[in-house]
Every structure is written in C-alpha cells, then in structure tokens.
Design a protein around this ligand. Structure first.
Ligand SMILES: Cc1ncc(COP(=O)(O)O)c(C=O)c1O
Length: 394
C-alpha cells in the first residue's frame, strides 16, 4: 500500500529551516521561520503564560475530556478579544481548534459542506498553507491581486478589479491584520469598500487573524475584523493564539462563524461540533485554558498586554532602524515601505535568485519569495542585513 504513495512537495519554509540549521557559518541570520524571537534570539514563554501554567498545575484536578468544541469559557474570552461587542453573541458559533491552522482547515471543510461549488479567493501572495489545504480538500482557489511590487503596498485597484469576478456564494479569504507574507495592509476605508463589494456580489468573507497585537495594537488590529463581522450577513473567522500568546506548540486556535440569526447559529454550531468530532474529537485544551485564565484575570491580562505591547514596539523599532539604514546606504527612499508595513513580516519584493545571493554571500536566510521575519533581527544584525541587501544590488 505505502508504495502507492508519491513524494509530497517540500514546504519551502521547512526546507529553509533545515538549510539554516546545517549552515556552519557563525553570525548566520534567520529571517525565515515565522516565530517571534527576542534580542537574544529566543522565543520566550510569556510571563503571564508561565504564571497561568503554574496556577493550572496547582489547581487542575482532572484531565478528562472537556467538550467537542472546547471549553465555552475559552470561546467567550476569545470572542471578546477578537470581536469585542461588534456582533451579538447569539449569532456566533465557535469551536476550539488545534492552532490557527486547525481553524483554517475546519473553515474550509465547513465551506465545502455548505456549498461544494464555492470557490475561495485568496490574495496573491498569501500564506502558502492556505493554498495547500484548499488544494488538498479539492476546493478551487482563485487568486486576487494584492501586492504592488513597485510600491510594496496593496494593489487596491487590482484587488477590486479581481473581486469583480466573484459569484454569489464564493468566499474571500482576507488577513485580519499583519498580512502574511507581505506586511502590507488595507486601510479601514479600503476594508469598507471590500465589504461593500462582497455584499453586492453575495460573497462571504473569511478572515484569518493570526497576529492580533503585532501590528498597531491589540484593539487596532481587530478593527477590520470587527467591521467585517458587523457589516455582512455571514462570515468565518479563524483566530490563532500561537503568536500573540507565544504558545506556538500548544496548538491553540478558534474558529468563529457569524450567522444571520440565532437559528442559523444553532445549525452552524452543530456542524462545527460534528466537524471537530470527525477530525480529532476533542481539540487541545492546555493552551486554550491558559489563554482563558489570562484573559479572565485582571492582573494576568494586564501583564500579558504589557509584554505583547513591548514585543510589538520592539518589532516596530527594528523596522524603523532597517528602513533608516537602507535609506542611508541607498541614498533613496525606496525601502521606506519596510517602516510602513506591519506585523512580523515584510516582503522585500525581490527574486528567489537574489534571496539565494543573500544566503550564499551573507548567510542571511529568508523565504524564497523574499519574506523577511523582522523579529529575526536585532539592533546589531540590522546594519549587516542592510549592507547585504545593498551589496546584492537589490
Ligand atoms: C496567516 C496565518 N494563518 C494561520 C497561521 C496558523 O498559525 P498556527 O496554526 O501556528 O496557530 C499562520 C501561522 O504562520 C499564519 O501566518
């Protein structure tokens, strides 16, 4: 049986991680993998997470199953974090999932269950796993223009033009904040125009929000998602706690479905439970419980918010330092976009060949599409990267 299997395409990010590990050069710089790293190159356990885990260790009396969609307290806490008061609770169905990836996967499965004809429109570029999962599930992915390779901002006119091809029932996948891989984001006015266009076309938005708190702030980063959820009849939201709580390996995510009314909410909730049952029965609990404890405890929440804000400001400072250094070395403002991008990533907008030059000559690793993880830098490596970029003639 196993001989019938064919070799799967290698995930480019995983392949690059392997190459980085094997590189013996001292001072090599990893801007590839999408995890936050502090100035010491460590992905730390956040203080509030440690404190909550400690409390949990002392207080937890049982590890029996919780429920098919996880603890309702987790859903409630996350709904407040992501949606605030934007949508009335009786319209929201929710299911805990293994990470944001699990939420994305369950959302796609639900789209297929509800409408096998639906196509999913994805930004070009997008997080590659979106396209891989859609392909695996046999859902047609249609890409819409998103990144303007001249300005390195959003190609909004191109995006709108491509969304004109939507048919009723199609789904449009949007990144709630901190677009991965580009770092370029829509303004709130542009979000409103997209919402109007989707409503006019009868298309359904799906928001992937994996970096809330990494861009302009915890509340600011949720604004677009809240605007969408309160302005459309139905939408899906895949949220991840991996980055903003630093609990990557705990696999903590949540899928939300905003339904038109309470009856459809009940039907949707029933289907979310069933999907969890079919795929893995019960979602992981540890990370979700820690998140719930943090969000529901004033002191832990305040400490978490402070640490997250420090992380955000540190990444912003690195962006500004890099943009400034490149301005100085290039004697031009062509790299100013790095300061305008938000989140962990910026797409440098160069070719895979140039990315290879940076790797070969300077031991700088980025994804072949030229996505840089800004958090992989520190104040000492920023000038090294800037010089490498200029030396390569980018
Ligand atoms: C856009 C986007 N969505 C979802 C995820 C999923 O994150 P996780 O499954 O680690 O929670 C990521 C992580 O890289 C991402 O960048």
């Amino acid at each position: 049986m196993f001989s019938n299997l064919t070799k799967q395409p290698t995930d480019k990010i995983m392949a690059m991680m392997g190459k980085f590990k094997a590189d013996p050069r001292v001072g090599k710089i990893d801007l590839g993998v999408g995890v936050y790293k502090n100035a010491e190159g460590i992905t730390p356990v956040m203080r509030a997470v440690k404190a909550a885990e400690h409390k949990l260790w002392e207080e937890q009396q049982s590890k029996a199953y919780v429920g098919l969609v996880g603890d309702p307290a987790y859903a409630d806490a996350m709904i407040s974090l992501v949606l605030g008061e934007a949508v009335s609770r009786d319209k929201i169905a929710a299911a805990a999932t293994p990470g944001g990836t699990g939420a994305v996967r369950q959302a796609f499965e639900m789209i297929k269950m509800a409408n096998p004809e639906a196509r999913v429109f994805v930004s070009d570029p997008t997080w590659p796993n979106h396209i891989s999962i859609l392909g695996y599930l046999g859902i047609e992915a249609v890409s819409y223009r998103y990144f303007n390779s001249e300005t390195r901002g959003v190609d909004f006119a191109g995006m709108q033009e491509d969304l004109e091809g939507l048919k009723p029932g199609d789904v449009v996948l949007l990144h709630g904040c901190c677009h991965n891989p580009t770092g370029a984001n829509l303004t709130l006015d542009q979000w409103q125009l997209v919402i109007d266009q989707l409503n006019a076309k009868g298309a359904i938005p799906m928001i992937d929000i994996a970096y809330q708190g990494f861009g302009d702030g915890l509340e600011e980063d949720a604004q677009a998602t809240r605007l969408v959820a309160s302005s459309v009849p139905e939408c899906l939201i895949a949220a991840s706690c991996s980055k903003n709580f630093g609990i990557y390996r705990e696999r903590t995510g949540l899928l939300l479905a905003v339904a038109q009314d309470a009856d459809l909410q009940a039907l949707t909730q029933d289907n979310l439970s069933s999907l969890n049952r079919l795929n893995y029965s019960f979602p992981p609990d540890h990370g979700a419980r820690v998140v719930t404890m943090i969000l529901n405890d004033d002191a832990l929440r305040a400490d978490w918010k402070a640490e997250l804000e420090a992380v955000r400001l540190e990444m912003l400072a690195l962006r500004e330092q890099l943009a400034g250094e490149l301005k100085r070395l290039s004697n031009s403002d062509r790299f100013d976009f790095i300061g305008r991008h938000r989140g962990m990533f910026s797409l440098l907008g160069t070719t895979p060949d140039m990315v290879e030059v940076l790797r070969a000559n300077n031991a700088v690793y980025m994804v072949p599409d030229s996505r840089m993880n800004i958090a992989g830098l520190d104040t000492a490596t920023v000038p090294i990267l800037a010089k490498a970029i200029i030396d390569a003639g980018i």
